[in-house]
Design a protein around this ligand. Structure first.
Ligand SMILES: [Zn+2]
Ligand SMILES: [Zn+2]
Ligand SMILES: [Zn+2]
Length: 227
């Protein structure tokens, strides 16, 4: 458990605000990543606080810039960056820790903002609310064109979910679902082919590849029947 940087009281797992002194703590990057501040090309505005965000370099595989608000500790990741950060931070997840996942799912994040829709810091269109990885429990705000927003504390929750095998478990389930859907799709197509198999086109096409002579004979018979 993290401790408040101001009064050292333990910070509850479901929030980044110290319940004792009210200080907002950075639980996302402290101890996870070294980072430096850089001077941004364009200033981006925090969608929560409407103040300019800071650009920081997490130095993952070279320069890795994200925007962060010093006031609310929210972060904006360009498209694909969060996935890259997860990959670089959490390695060798070999099993699913179901107890830890249960704990994480039970932990309803203290959502101090309620259900609100916020604007993309780049294009200012309202972002979509999405449950990251289908069931991580972290509702991110995403702009389909520019990236996604995490409120303070959400990155920590997400990384814990990935570490506990939540992402691996979910990816496997999704893969199985895709395979099953593909199998169902083949079944349906087969059924449709058999059903419409009486048509000359389907029959003829099969014969054309396997036995041209037989095709010719069938063709003649058909001509004879029709003509
Ligand atoms: Zn405190
Ligand atoms: Zn902010
Ligand atoms: Zn946008």
């Amino acid at each position: 458990m993290a401790n408040c940087k101001n009064c050292s009281a333990p910070i509850p797992a479901d929030t980044i605000v110290c319940s004792y002194c009210g200080t907002r703590n950075d639980t996302d990057l402290t101890g996870i990543h070294e980072f430096t501040e850089v001077v941004p090309d364009h200033e981006r505005i925090c969608p929560r606080c409407e103040v300019a965000m800071k650009t920081i370099d997490l130095k993952i595989g070279g320069t890795f810039l994200i925007e962060r608000c010093d006031t609310c500790m929210g972060m904006f990741f360009d498209s694909g960056e969060l996935e890259a950060l997860i990959k670089a931070t959490v390695k060798n997840v070999s099993h699913v820790n179901h107890n830890k996942l249960k704990e994480l799912y039970a932990l309803q994040r203290h959502d101090e903002y309620g259900i609100t829709y916020i604007k993309c810091p780049v294009c200012e269109t309202i972002m979509n609310r999405v449950n990251f990885g289908q069931r991580s429990g972290v509702i991110i705000d995403r702009c389909p064109d520019h990236g996604l927003w995490l409120d303070g504390g959400e990155l920590r929750h997400l990384l814990e979910w990935v570490k506990a095998g939540g992402k691996m478990y979910n990816d496997k389930r999704e893969e199985m679902k895709r395979k099953m859907e593909a199998r169902e799709d083949i079944k349906v197509r087969r059924a449709t082919t058999v059903h419409s198999g009486g048509g000359f086109d389907t029959y003829g096409a099969t014969l054309r590849h396997s036995d041209p002579d037989l095709f010719t004979i069938v063709g003649r018979v058909i001509k004879w029947l029709v003509g």
